[in-house]
Design a protein around this ligand. Sequence first.
Ligand SMILES: Nc1ncnc2c1ncn2[C@@H]1O[C@H](COP(=O)(O)OP(=O)(O)OP(=O)(O)O)[C@@H](O)[C@H]1O
Ligand SMILES: [Mg+2]
Length: 258
Amino acid sequence: MTSTSLPGAATERGVMPAASVRGLSKTYGHGDTTVHALRSVDLDLAPGRFTAIMGPSGSGKSTLMHCLAGLDRPTEGTVSIAGTDITALDDDRLTHFRRDHLGFVFQAFNLLPMLTARQNIMLPFELAGRRLEPGATERIEQVIDVLGLRDRLDHRPGELSGGQQQRVAIARALAADADVVFADEPTGNLDSTASSEVLSYLRRSVIEMGHTVVMVTHELDAAAYADDVVVLADGRVRAHLETPSRDEIVHALEGGDR
Ligand SMILES: Nc1ncnc2c1ncn2[C@@H]1O[C@H](COP(=O)(O)OP(=O)(O)OP(=O)(O)O)[C@@H](O)[C@H]1O
Ligand SMILES: [Mg+2]
């Protein structure tokens, strides 16, 4: 991996960030009704780590994730994914970039009900008309095992539990070997047992397969599975904590200094 020429974009580990934003602002509306969802955010997310984005309701978490993931355009600033400035891409190229480089896991799982678990996992390859590159089959089989889905592959989503469905959605994101997997409240619709199961599988994908995962969550229990925690407040980064303790996260959420 080469280092980047973007000023300040290299992390302290000296590797290119998986995702990097500079001067990122997002404004909705005009005049009296203007909402500053993000206010000139600078942030580097290291590769091969599991980062949780936390903060009060309305602090800009989903807006940040949507800008990072190329699902929304910022008002100002840049977003780079593994060195590519995605804010400079036109809509067509951005769509291709998303498909080839990014994975998404949403609260509502977005599985196709008439396809089996395996067919859902393989969907990005089908949609892209993508030939399986060398090593892809082994990687996909590993994802299936790491996510504990081996004995569920021939079932349709309606025959799976919520946690299993969410694991299929994660497997789909991981199978395509995304540079970054984005998850917005991935356990929001799950009970606590299914939540901890999904989170530990996400964690395993980071540790055992080196994936980069960025997850929005408002739950401390979920953030505890992450390596790093970014705390947003009023559209700004209040803290970017490396392997924080629970107390440090609580302190930052309550308004303590970095
Ligand atoms: N499409 C929109 N139009 C106008 N304002 C918006 C829009 N989307 C978000 N906002 C505003 O931007 C701010 C940040 O919203 P965002 O959805 O990013 O918050 P969040 O941190 O994800 O909150 P939550 O925890 O409730 O999901 C909020 O004040 C919200 O009302
Ligand atoms: Mg949100």
